[in-house]
Design a protein around this ligand. Structure first.
Ligand SMILES: Cc1ncc(COP(=O)(O)O)c(C=O)c1O
Length: 425
């Protein structure tokens, strides 16, 4: 019988991975404070949200923050606050989560897809000039998986053309670029507090910036039905066309507690990731996306690896993932296609979109696999098992060809997989 777990052998990992999300005394304490008071929502202006706005902005080396319902609407509000809308163009990477496109589409802008740097899977600054026109108003670089985008050259180009930069840092809490925190590098930055993220409250998001006017506009007005700003904030006078993007005190209790854990967790993920790079080094066909010289700390929301099928004896990515999962190491495949190929553009012809040539995005969507952040919170012994599992599968590569799986089977995060199981019931 084969030694591979997928064919009945003993799996490499027999223990369990750290549970995600982590909840403890502190989450319960802060939740209890909210529950015993009379403000669970508070129209997004309560004491817990106020504390979170200040603390998270400060954590990211910025001055102001506005927590909102999620990390998609936070980007939408940022674009709206800059008065970006129909006729304007917003450049985003072609390989990212759909939310990066959803936000500019919701304000009616044209989404322009640009290619990524194969070393990081982040927007490639050298591909920007060809995407820029006289209609370009904003760029949304994404720090995908937690690796910072190369922001200095990007900001230089943006400044030259007078274009706003909104960092999509949904996956990059705590990451650092050349000594500076992600979130402090553009004109504004958006983070997500959704369930799978490294800091989370089930759902939620925040926009941060050093621009007080921008944050006040979002915090008091655009995210609160267009009410007036500061002393003009009141119930039923609406100065602008706004949203209900309120975050709640209950959610802020959770994210404040999660923020207290973030530094230690991010450090642990970084140490474990470095160990994992060593363990995976030299395995043919397994090419982790390593820290670039400008990355001082990776957020490691994802541990991204390029799976090179040719160098892995022609084994398909899905076959490898099937074997890996059975060995007890949970891995998934990257976004299935560049966003410009998503069926939504066939379904909704009103959406305005343009693409540049994106060969690296096409390639990444076929090749990248990832391990989720909670694996990197495990102890050293478990991290070694990940290396063992990869090596074991590599040494039995020829057996993997007979695994009958589709790409679909290994797509998406653990959160999405759980949701899929529930939906099927
Ligand atoms: C890259 C990226 N941008 C934006 C978002 C949107 O965040 P949210 O789910 O809080 O709307 C997510 C995650 O969900 C993401 O991964």
């Amino acid at each position: 019988m084969s030694e591979l777990a997928i064919f009945g052998g003993q799996p490499i990992v027999t223990g369990t991975w750290p549970k995600w999300p982590v909840a403890g005394k502190r989450e319960r304490e802060l939740l209890e404070e909210v529950l015993s008071g009379d403000m669970w929502g508070g129209t997004g202006l309560g004491p817990k949200i106020t504390a979170l706005n200040e603390k998270f902005a400060k954590y990211c080396d910025t001055n102001y923050g506005a927590a909102v319902a999620n990390g998609t609407v936070s980007m939408e509000l940022g674009l709206k606050a800059w008065n970006i809308g129909p006729g304007d163009e917003v450049i985003i990477p072609a390989a990212t989560f759909i939310a990066t496109a959803t936000a500019p589409h919701h304000v009616g802008a044209t989404v322009v897809y640009a290619d990524i740097d194969p070393k990081t899977c982040n927007l490639d600054p050298s591909k920007l000039e060809e995407a820029i026109t006289d209609k370009t108003r904003a760029i949304i670089p994404v720090h995908i998986g937690g690796h910072p985008c190369d922001m200095d050259p990007l900001m230089e180009i943006a400044k030259k053309h007078n274009i706003k930069v909104l960092e999509d840092a949904a996956q990059a809490h705590g990451a650092k670029y050349k000594g500076r925190k992600v979130g402090s590098l553009g004109d504004a930055a958006s983070f997500s507090f959704q369930q799978s993220k490294n800091m989370q409250s089930g759902e939620g998001g925040i926009i941060i910036s050093n621009d007080k006017e921008l944050i006040d506009l979002i915090h008091y007005s655009l995210g609160k039905f267009g009410r007036g700003i500061r002393e003009k904030y009141s119930g039923h006078i609406h100065y602008r066309f706004g949203w209900n993007a309120c975050y709640t005190e209950l959610q802020a209790a959770l994210s404040l507690a999660q923020l207290e854990r973030l530094e230690e967790q991010t450090e642990k993920r970084a140490v474990n990731a470095k160990q994992l790079y060593r363990l995976l080094d030299g395995i043919d066909g397994i090419e982790p996306l390593v820290w670039q010289p400008y990355c001082d700390r990776h957020g490691h929301h994802l541990f991204n690896i390029r799976f090179n099928s040719d160098a892995f004896d022609g084994v398909k990515r899905a076959q490898f993932l099937a074997a890996l999962n059975k060995e007890g190491v949970i891995g998934s495949s990257f976004y299935p296609m560049p966003l410009y190929n998503q069926p939504l553009y066939e379904a909704d012809k009103k959406l305005s979109m343009r693409k540049t040539e994106c060969p690296e995005s096409e390639k990444a969507c076929h090749e990248i696999i990832f391990l989720e952040q909670n694996l990197l919170l495990a102890d050293e012994g478990m991290i070694e098992r990940i290396g063992d599992a990869f090596r074991k599968i590599r040494s039995h590569a020829s057996e993997l060809h007979k695994i009958d799986v589709t790409e679909e089977d290994f797509m998406g995060s653990a959160v999405l997989k759980k949701a899929k199981e529930t939906a099927a019931k």
